[in-house]
Write a protein of this length. Structure first.
Length: 270
């Protein structure tokens, strides 16, 4: 590509990039352009590329180099079919998971994904024209905006929840527990039985209680602050009774403490 082509793209990017994203062009003999991006803020440091080919514009995320918490979350989202775009964006873009140069027709289990190397998550556009710098910038900006919105809302969960009240940690806990992605991944991994008392509410109430369970955040966010949530290790399914007892004290009890109370009560009754 000509120098003026890349300069014009760079000029536009500098004007409109989000404040937490920087970029740099890479030399490529095979692609029209390769741009390395870095998203860095108090929650993350994420590197990804946007590549322009003769056919389309693609955003590439190397999963192996992600920070551990972000990597675990993305892998869990992929394994449990929670890695999706909004309805509008899904019409224009799609996610594909690659291992080396082979894409997965069926996503492996979470445990298998954790043991695979050279994983690349690609967000690709439909076939498009990028012959001019203006056209190229248009498609770069669109795929970048789509990918960044997915990172913010689904991976980092930084979308505002102005309707909630209470302390900052209470708002965060409520957000994380109510998040559809977090709930889906947590329950698909752990199942529908309460992780404290082991009850499945359908066994008690029948069909009316099928697929009904609360999701509880284990960690005290007052101590850790905002963080990238791992829905497998940070959240557990709990029945409404156990969830209420966990939160009955000023400082919420740990699930294992309530489990110990149940075991002790059973022992006394015997």
């Amino acid at each position: 590509m000509s120098t003026s082509y890349l300069i014009d793209i760079s000029t536009n990017l500098e004007k409109f990039l989000p404040t937490d994203i920087t970029f740099d062009f890479c030399i490529s003999a095979e692609e029209r352009f390769v741009i390395e991006f870095n998203k860095s803020n108090k929650l993350c440091n994420i590197n990804f590329k946007i590549v322009g080919t003769d056919a389309r514009v693609c955003c590439l995320l190397e999963i192996d180099i992600l920070e551990e918490a972000i990597k675990e979350r993305v892998l869990a989202m992929l394994a449990f079919d929670a890695c999706k775009l909004s309805r509008d964006n899904a019409k224009e873009y799609k996610f594909t998971l690659w291992s080396s140069e082979k894409d997965f027709k069926n996503i492996p289990t979470f445990e298998k994904l954790k043991n695979k190397e050279n994983l690349i998550l690609e967000l690709s556009s439909k076939p498009c024209q990028i012959d001019t710098a203006d056209l190229a910038y248009k498609h770069i900006f669109q795929v970048l905006t789509t990918f960044n919105a997915w990172l913010d809302s689904d991976v980092l969960e930084v979308a505002p929840y102005a309707e909630e009240e209470g302390s900052s940690s209470e708002v965060l806990i409520t957000r994380y527990e109510r998040s559809k992605i977090n709930r889906d991944v947590c329950i698909k991994f752990h199942g529908w039985n309460c992780k404290v008392c082991s009850v499945n509410l359908q066994d008690i109430y029948g069909e009316r209680a099928k697929n009904f369970i609360h999701v509880h955040h284990i960690e005290k966010l007052a101590d850790t602050g905002t963080k990238v949530i791992d829905p497998i290790n940070d959240l557990i399914p709990v029945c409404p009774n156990c969830h209420s007892i966990i939160h009955r004290t000023k400082e919420p009890a740990l699930p294992k403490e309530i489990e110990a109370l149940i075991m002790e009560t059973k022992r006394i009754k015997l």
